[in-house]
Design a protein around this ligand. Structure first.
Ligand code: PHE
Length: 365
């Protein structure tokens, strides 16, 4: 048998294989269990020692040559396939990014930024305090000692843990404890706002167990109700971006302010919708309750470590979610916290739409 000719024929077929499948088919045909070269190897057993000595190395050489040729052809075809793939999968890095869904700034965050911007312009710094608060800061130091009936109105979430300074730990029911914390930490004079989350066990279309307030506190010498009214008027005109905002101050009661003032804002009914502006006493107008405020109670100033004969102040607390609803027209508070992409896409703001006084604090998205 002419092993060299057999080898050449096999090599030629291998070189002509155009894809990996053909190479594999050839491998099986030549070297597989039933393969032709495997069959040649089996003939060695029946040969005489002399024949075997002469032919064994030739058959081995044939097998090795074919094995190497198969491996080379396989590598060449794989390399070519990779080249072809690389050429086909070219990336154009100058193409614009695909239109992926984008995040948006939640209206509550946007309104908080607007508040910070407006109040910063009036010289207010932003303060904060913990959402897990102790009984003393949330109630006692705000002139609500244990057994004070106002505590019952707060629908408080209590923790089982005892507070280190008496009573139990609570989820803060309002941002007013930040008044105490800031007075104790910084002394007087003070001009701060404190936006943040607050918690009450209450839930319907206008109440959620978690909502947002912004606290305002000014402590200085000779502060009176006129300062409070001017500050709120200036703030609300800037926030709602209209000059015809009219406020009505009504006597009210909060343990931590004396006197206490509930502030209403005038609105007009336009096609059945409430639009802020104008006196609520005009025909087709009304008053809407907006916030609680008052002169800081002497007791609270003392709990804040200050002398109430020397320092006076005013404070106010506003619902941030409510401000957002009034300004941007949502009517169900619960949707604020559902995380529904469609709601967020509709009411959310662009991250680039940073509120500034010069550009108008709240340009809608
Ligand atoms: N803390 C009061 C509330 O949550 C609001 C308020 C703040 C009233 C400051 C007066 C002064 O309802």
């Amino acid at each position: 048998m002419d092993y060299a000719a057999t080898g050449q024929a096999a090599q030629a077929r291998i070189a002509a294989a155009q894809d990996l499948e053909s190479v594999e088919r050839l491998r099986i045909e030549l070297l597989g269990k039933q393969g032709s070269i495997s069959a040649l190897l089996k003939t060695l057993g029946a040969m005489s020692p002399d024949q075997r000595q002469a032919q064994g190395p030739q058959i081995q050489a044939l097998r090795e040559g074919v094995t190497a040729a198969l491996a080379d052809r396989k590598a060449a075809l794989e390399g070519a396939a990779l080249e072809a793939r690389l050429a086909a999968e070219q990336l154009d890095l100058t193409l614009p990014a695909p239109d992926l869904p984008k995040g948006s700034v939640h209206p509550v965050s946007q309104v908080m930024d607007e508040l910070a911007e407006i109040f910063a312009d009036m010289g207010f710094a932003v303060a904060s305090g913990p959402e897990i608060e102790d009984d003393w800061h949330n109630f006692t130091a705000l002139n609500m000692p244990e057994s004070h009936p106002a505590r019952a109105m707060h629908d408080t979430f209590y923790f089982p843990d005892a507070a280190p300074n008496g009573g139990r730990m609570v989820l803060r029911t309002h941002t007013s404890p930040v008044q105490i914390r800031t007075m104790l930490a910084e002394g007087a004079p003070l001009r701060i706002i404190a936006p943040g989350r607050v918690y009450r066990s209450d839930s319907d279309a206008t109440h959620t167990p978690m909502f947002h307030q912004v606290e305002g506190l000014v402590i200085d010498k000779g502060i009176h109700l006129g300062h409070l009214k001017w500050t709120l008027e200036t703030f609300l005109k800037a926030f709602f971006e209209r000059e015809d905002i009219v406020l009505r101050l009504r006597p009210s009661y909060f343990p931590f302010t004396e006197p206490s003032v509930e502030v209403d804002v005038g609105f007009a009914l336009v096609k059945g919708k409430r639009v802020l502006g104008g006196s609520g006493d005009a025909p087709d107008h009304g008053w809407m309750e907006l916030l609680g405020s008052g002169m800081v109670n002497r007791t609270v100033i003392e709990f804040g470590g200050l002398d109430p004969d020397e320092w006076q102040g005013f404070a106010f607390g506003i619902g941030v979610d409510r401000l957002a609803m009034l300004k941007y027209g949502m009517d169900d508070l619960r949707a604020f916290f559902d995380g529904d992409q469609r709601w967020l896409a509709h009411y959310g703001f662009s991250a680039l739409d940073v509120p500034t006084l010069s550009a108008g604090v709240g340009t809608p998205a």
